[in-house]
Write a protein of this length. Structure first.
Length: 199
């Protein structure tokens, strides 16, 4: 299994040279919904009804969570699913990740993908010349999500060819959540949540 760090070039939480700009694309505590400007509020105090603010006939995002028994099944189906949700078939994006292994009530690990289009026009982090020449990742956004899923569920497959009476030791897989944070700008998020083990 290839390590995520070998497939994806991750950016620091605060963009180098743009420390004074807010919000930062690497600030994973904030979300950018479709139909909203990129400002400090995001999903904060919403003055307008989010149902009426959303486009009526477009893929406008949202979050989907899978229970722990649904994992590592079919790459092609997963890629098709992400495309149907509006994920860009793009290699020009910045990636950010965060781990919170000490917080059982939140995600264990999450990854946010931000297109170069969003970096320029939503976050205003890069300029036009940087947008056009933004370096490509080794893999597409959907492949990055699939790689995250594979890494987080590694070692969780049920063993095959079990003999009668043989002891079975398996790793409980995490539940996986995916979010089309903003399909217009190309901002997507995936996270894992590991089940709590009673002490």
């Amino acid at each position: 299994m290839t390590d995520l760090n070998k497939l994806i070039n991750f950016s620091p939480p605060v963009w180098p040279g743009k420390e004074d700009l807010t919000p930062q694309p690497g600030d994973l505590t904030k979300f950018m919904a479709n139909g909203y400007d990129c400002d400090e509020d995001f999903f904060g105090e919403q003055k307008n009804n989010p149902f009426t603010r959303m486009p009526s006939a477009e893929d406008v995002g949202g979050a989907i969570c899978f229970k722990s028994s649904v994992y590592r099944k079919d790459k092609k189906a997963f890629m098709t699913f992400m495309e149907a949700l509006g994920m860009w078939n793009n290699k020009q994006f910045a990636a950010f990740k965060e781990e919170r292994s000490n917080y059982s009530h939140t995600c264990a690990k999450q990854m946010r993908l931000v297109s170069n289009f969003a970096l320029q026009y939503a976050f205003k982090i890069i300029e036009e010349k940087e947008y056009k020449s933004f370096p490509e990742q080794r893999i597409t956004m959907a492949e990055a999500f699939w790689s995250f899923l594979q890494e987080e569920t590694r070692g969780c497959d049920f063993p095959k060819n079990i003999s009668p009476g043989q002891a079975i030791i398996t790793v409980i897989p995490p539940s996986i959540g995916i979010m089309v944070e903003n399909s217009y700008y190309g901002i997507f998020r995936i996270w894992s949540r590991w089940p709590e083990i009673p002490q």
